[in-house]
Write a protein that binds this ligand. Structure first.
Ligand code: ATP
Ligand code: MG
Length: 392
């Protein structure tokens, strides 16, 4: 995980920071041992790929602002926090230098915690995150697949997206099956999970990440999966709060969380969307599917859910049904971002539990899925040699 680098910090200040930040961030705090204002020191510090650099009280404020400016120019994905020492620089100057937060040597723990959490959030999500509660320091991109209609291809898209993302971030991706009654992510991945989300919500006491990890299945593509219960009655018992807790925990731990959902906007889906950075709207190439999608988009607008990035994926986009792409985009009220063609290999791959994105990466349907992987911030990687083995 990208470290939070404390440069020019006294031991006392470093201890203060360590004690103030959330537990989830504590083991990311690192002390930069060298003089940060020395020649080449900034480059060396950036080479450790920090998420945030805190320029501590040993750095003269004007110098700190200059360093912040340099970091902002070279690495806009790194947040800089300056600890004010002499009041020589104004907050306006700090802003102009790209400083994401100001602290004082005697800032209280709450201020230190929220300033650092905010900077981490902003740097990782590349968007300011005041909507995110400070107890939730999400690092992941949480992508939820939504479709108003059953059978549009949610599970196929979610499973392939997750596997594709995992190719570029092994062990950094988890897929969650929120089709709680009839979810078939496990089936699509050829998994026979020993545990499901039902076990996770049935643990006594507060669920934490260590416990939750026990219930994840591991797929041979180095992807984790939290599968749906094997009995529909168990799915019915899962509360929205529990789902919120699970997504929050996973978002703090993984690089990517991909969520497959049940058709429409269930309460569980809505709660997950609140925690999502990305929504993949999926529709089939038919008028009811696209019209219903427009209603879903309107409903989310009404709820003020503007934060997640929206991606419109049209499945079976080559179906000859007398609709043009511009008809579809107009009816959905969204531009079409990705078009996935029809391919008989898709059901075959699902039946075999071998995601098509790696079993046949070069066919048009897989190319479109790789486009989606890239859109969600993943890497398009070359196919691994040899067929992918099934995993239990
Ligand atoms: N691009 C495609 N080409 C051919 N078949 C496809 C394509 N996308 C999905 N399918 C097939 O359509 C069927 C439904 O797909 P999938 O199960 O992914 O949909 P879903 O939206 O998850 O359905 P549900 O609402 O029941 O969960 C599957 O048999 C799948 O193989
Ligand atoms: Mg499904």
């Amino acid at each position: 995980m990208r470290p939070i680098l404390l440069a020019g910090a006294t031991d006392a200040f470093a201890r203060q920071v360590y004690a103030a930040v959330d537990e989830a961030l504590q083991d990311r705090v690192r002390l930069w041992p060298d003089h940060i204002a020395a020649y080449g020191a900034v480059e060396a510090a950036l080479a450790t790929n920090p998420v945030v650099v805190v320029l501590g009280p040993s750095v003269i404020e004007k110098v700190a602002f200059r360093i912040a400016e340099q970091i902002d120019a070279e690495r806009p994905d790194v947040g800089v926090i300056v600890v004010r020492r002499d009041g020589a620089g104004t907050p306006e100057e700090a802003l102009a230098a790209g400083v994401r937060g100001l602290l004082a040597e005697d800032s209280d723990p709450d201020t230190i915690r929220s300033t650092i959490a905010r900077a981490v959030n902003a740097a990782e999500r590349q968007a300011p995150g005041p909507e995110v509660p400070w107890s939730v320091v999400a690092r992941a991109r949480v992508t939820t697949i939504v479709s108003p209609k059953g059978g549009a291809g949610k599970t196929a898209v979610a499973a392939n997206l997750a596997v594709g993302l995992a190719q570029g971030a092994p062990r950094g991706v988890v897929i969650v099956d929120l089709d709680l009654q009839f979810g078939d992510v496990a089936y699509a991945l050829g998994l026979r999970p020993r545990h499901t989300i039902f076990d996770a919500v049935s643990t006594s006491g507060d669920l934490d990440m260590t416990t939750l990890k026990v219930f994840l299945a591991h797929h041979s593509s180095d992807l984790y999966a939290l599968c749906a219960p094997d009995q529909p009655a168990r799915g019915e018992q899962i509360e929205v709060d529990a789902v919120e807790r699970i997504i929050t925990l996973l978002a703090a731990e993984f690089d990517h969380v991909v969520v497959d959902t049940v058709a429409g906007l269930s309460e569980h889906t809505l709660a997950t969307l609140e925690l999502s950075t990305d929504i993949v709207f999926l529709a089939d190439m038919d008028v009811p599917s696209v019209r219903h999608l427009a209603k879903v988009v309107a409903a989310l607008d009404k709820l003020g859910m503007k934060r997640p990035r929206r991606h419109f994926v049209l499945n079976r986009a080559d179906a000859r049904v007398g609709l043009s792409m511009s008809d579809v985009a107009a009816a959905a009220g969204l531009p079409i971002d990705i078009r996935i063609p029809m391919a008989k290999q898709v059901p075959v791959a699902l039946n075999e539990g071998r995601p098509i994105i790696i079993s046949s990466p070069k066919i048009p349907v897989s190319r479109a899925l790789w486009d989606l992987v890239e859109r969600i911030g993943g890497k398009r990687v070359v196919e691994r040699s040899g067929p992918l083995a099934r995993s239990a």
